[in-house]
Design a binder for this molecule. Structure first.
Ligand code: SAM
Length: 238
């Protein structure tokens, strides 16, 4: 993607998420933030079968629709949940939500770019990246982030990734297909190949790709966002 297109995509994503987070609450009906991603909670339960005190990292955490329920589940275990996001509005909302749900002692809030964030070796038991990795700048950047996530994971640790692929954006009133403004729009097969290669020595716990269609207010006129949501959940062998 050209630099100018990348910057345009970043700007469009930022204004869409800023508005979404300022006008809507997590864990309330009405938006895709109404519930945590079910597989995120399922993978957490799997980890809790053999370890109770967890270090969790949520990349592209947004306002915390996954980080907050994870923290609630881990209350009184000495666990920590770190939420990292690019946007001021996201990290502010995560801070507010941590207080609202009384888990501020367990939540660490970081503003930063997942693409450039260094992770300490073997630190995390659980890394969540839901709807974040399609916003890095290139296929190579994705491969590099996955390598850093892998190195930053303790033996037995789990990654739960969801990523939109094959994205189309369609003007709601005219049905006209727009050029999607997304930083990394990988074909679904390519994304799955990259995940399989990156995690060839990990155990695959869950893998699926599901078509989805979501109304969005990202441009001057309402659009329909169509994509394949790829899920990849994997566990590091000891
Ligand atoms: C679709 S939202 C998902 C939010 C959250 N993971 C959830 O499932 O509710 C994507 C989030 O990723 C953040 N994001 C996008 N690119 C990022 C990057 N390179 N580093 C960190 N966060 C990023 C956006 O600001 C946005 O809050």
């Amino acid at each position: 993607m050209q630099q100018a297109d990348f910057e345009k995509a970043r700007k469009a994503e930022a204004s869409y998420h800023d508005e979404l987070y300022s006008e809507n609450d997590i864990l309330e009906p009405g938006t895709w933030m109404a519930k945590p991603v079910p597989v995120v909670m399922e993978m957490l339960e799997r980890l809790l079968r053999f370890k109770s005190r967890l270090e969790v990292l949520d990349l592209g955490c947004g306002a915390g629709r996954n980080a907050i329920p994870v923290a609630l589940r881990l209350r009184h275990t000495g666990s920590t949940v770190t939420g990292l996001d690019l946007l001021d509005e996201a990290v502010e909302k995560l801070r507010e939500n941590a207080q609202k749900y009384k888990v501020e002692d367990m939540i660490r809030v970081e503003k930063g770019d997942a693409e450039h964030t260094q992770l300490s070796d073997g630190k995390y038991d659980y890394i969540i990246a839901c709807g974040c990795l399609e916003h890095v700048s290139s296929e190579q950047a994705l491969i590099n982030v996955l390598e850093r996530m892998k190195a930053g994971t303790a033996p037995g640790g789990i990654h739960c990734i969801t990523m939109n692929t094959g994205i189309e954006e369609i003007e709601a009133d005219s049905g006209r297909k727009l050029k999607p403004l997304i930083e990394l729009n990988l074909p679904t097969d390519r994304a799955l190949t990259l995940f399989r290669q990156a995690y060839e020595d990990w155990n695959v716990l869950a893998q699926s790709s599901v078509l989805q269609s979501i109304p969005e207010e990202k441009y001057d006129k309402p659009t329909q966002f169509r994509a394949c949501s790829v899920l990849f959940a994997v566990q590091k062998t000891s």
